[in-house]
Design a protein around this ligand. Structure first.
Ligand SMILES: Nc1ncnc2c1ncn2[C@@H]1O[C@H](COP(=O)(O)OP(=O)(O)OP(=O)(O)O)[C@@H](O)[C@H]1O
Length: 505
């Protein structure tokens, strides 16, 4: 016991003894050493953390760009992640190419570059601090960073869908844009026929790029149509935007346009039978319904007319020329600064106020029905004064119970009176001066397809309805009174037609 006590006393004596180093006690020296080691450890840890942070930030760092809004396409269901910067929407302010580290880029497979309906669109904003934010998932860290696999660094604007044609490809396809390949010329430029190396036939619309307007319309058209697929809409296959050139590349529709078949020199008998004409009306209605009711945001065509209905060899109609289309957002109507459309087809409210919504397309569609049935132009100054305006003339003819008098004399066979009346009443409802009373395109389709409907004026002991507008509204009344309500209901109750669910049908 005594020995242990003396040993510990001996050790504490050692620690408290002064050493030769600065004459300090040993325990002070030990303390300093431990402290220094701890500080060194902290320093090393912070160095390691800093190096890790800089390594991870260099992976997502983006060169010094002015603020850009870019659109990315993501297919969440695809196990192979896909994202692509589609558009540099502030291109006007800075047309220079986006320069992004090329070595990190992967181009998507061709089919992924197409952007069918249903693909999520996420806007990526590259702000001043060069961080990528995902507004739709909340901003901040790159939450789905592993999905961001492809960032295209184009020489010119690349929208990321369809096919980006080079000028050279289109020169080869159109035989150097020779005159022999010209199909026609519209308000926005010349249209050429072309054949790609894989034998696909195309129509190339070479936009007049010396007008700012044409370039703007190019963007509108590309954005609106690039994602639209429907058998009754002309498909936009891609585009070319090289230097000053702006071209749209469409599927080629091989049987001319409806205007040519209605008003061109087709001989004394038109190949367009009543059935063919009704199929054209119905197909066109389906294409328009898809634009109005099957897309979000909806698309208003704004220039529905016979020259914009292309036909294939089986007389299938395809609505073309979305150069005038404007995407409508959530607002019910859209005020445009200029009134567009073609004289004779333009809805009254659109012409006077510039207010437009899909109901102005419905008006133009009503005029189109009248044109198809009668073979007459919407406005024809070569006719007697009372017949110059197609709508006015047709209303008078219907009021005078002379529906058959409006039929195109070149039509090979007359339709049944019932079928003719149905088509005329649908047309009259579409041109109702009150836009709100016009039917939606889905309603139009149901009215055209329903086989038997009772006319209230027919059933009521011969009361003759003189006013075609009233007659058109009677059609609706008689429908709601119909015993078979399931066959023909107001739009709000109508099941979405098949075409709604399957836009490729
Ligand atoms: N995809 C296509 N396939 C075949 N022919 C086409 C195609 N697109 C347009 N055309 C034809 O090219 C010609 C010019 O068409 P475009 O759409 O440029 O003008 P438009 O419809 O006649 O007039 P606007 O520009 O006033 O609408 C028309 O004869 C049209 O039928």
């Amino acid at each position: 016991m005594m020995t242990q006590d003396s040993n510990s006393a001996h050790h504490s004596d050692d620690l408290s003894k002064r050493t030769v180093i600065f004459g300090l006690h040993l325990w002070v020296i030990v303390g300093i050493c431990v402290g220094a080691a701890f500080v060194l450890l902290l320093f090393l840890i912070s160095l390691w953390l800093a190096s890790r942070r800089s390594a991870s930030s260099s992976k997502t760092s983006i060169p010094n760009l002015s603020k850009e809004i870019l659109e990315v396409t993501v297919v969440p269901s695809d196990p192979k992640p896909l994202a692509q910067i589609l558009q540099k929407s502030t291109a006007e302010s800075n047309p220079s190419p986006i320069s992004i580290e090329r070595q990190a880029l992967l181009l998507p497979r061709e089919e992924e570059r197409e952007s069918p309906i249903g693909i999520n669109r996420i806007h990526i904003e590259i702000g001043k601090d060069h961080r990528i934010t995902y507004p739709e998932c909340g901003s901040g860290e790159n939450r789905s960073g592993d999905q961001l696999v492809s960032i295209v660094a184009p020489e010119v604007s690349h929208l990321g869908w369809g096919h980006w044609f080079t000028l050279r490809e289109l020169e080869v396809a159109t035989n150097m844009f020779t005159d022999e390949n010209v199909i026609g010329e519209g308000g926005y430029g010349i249209v050429y026929h072309g054949v790609l190396t894989d034998t696909t036939h195309i129509a190339v619309k070479n936009l007049l790029n010396n007008r700012g307007q044409a370039e703007r319309e190019f963007k509108v058209e590309v954005e609106a149509i690039g994602r639209v697929r429907h058998k009754n809409l002309v498909r936009l296959l891609g585009y070319c935007a090289e230097g000053a050139h702006r071209m749209l590349v469409y599927e080629y529709v091989d049987n001319g346009n409806l205007e040519q078949w209605l008003h061109g020199d087709v001989g004394p008998i038109s190949p367009l039978t009543w059935e063919v004409r009704m199929d054209i009306i119905l197909g066109t209605a389906k294409g328009l319904m898809y634009l109005h009711e099957g897309l979000e945001p909806k698309v208003v065509h704004r220039d529905v007319k016979s020259s914009n209905i292309l036909l294939d060899k089986q007389w299938n109609p395809k609505v073309s020329d979305f150069g005038l289309a404007k995407l409508l957002g959530s607002e019910r109507s859209y005020v445009t600064t200029r009134v567009m459309g073609t004289f004779g087809y333009v809805a009254p409210e659109y012409a006077s106020t510039g207010m437009l919504n899909e109901r102005s397309d419905v008006y133009s569609f009503g005029i189109l029905i009248m044109e198809i049935i009668s073979g007459r132009n919407p406005v024809d100054y070569s006719r007697p004064p009372g017949e110059v305006n197609l709508v006015d003339w047709l209303k008078i003819m219907v009021s005078n119970r002379n529906s058959e008098g409006v039929l195109d004399p070149k039509m090979p066979e007359k339709p049944s009176s019932r079928a003719l009346k149905r088509a005329l009443l649908v047309a009259l409802r579409c041109v109702d001066p009150d836009a709100q009373k016009r039917p939606k395109m889905s309603h139009v389709i149901h009215m055209l397809q329903v086989d038997d409907f009772p006319y209230r004026d027919d059933r009521r002991g011969g009361r003759v309805c003189r006013d075609p507008q009233e007659k058109a509204s009677l059609l609706e009344d008689s429908v709601s009174e119909s015993s078979d309500g399931s066959k023909f209901q107001r739009t709000s109750n109508v099941d979405k037609p098949q075409i709604w669910r399957n836009h490729e049908e």
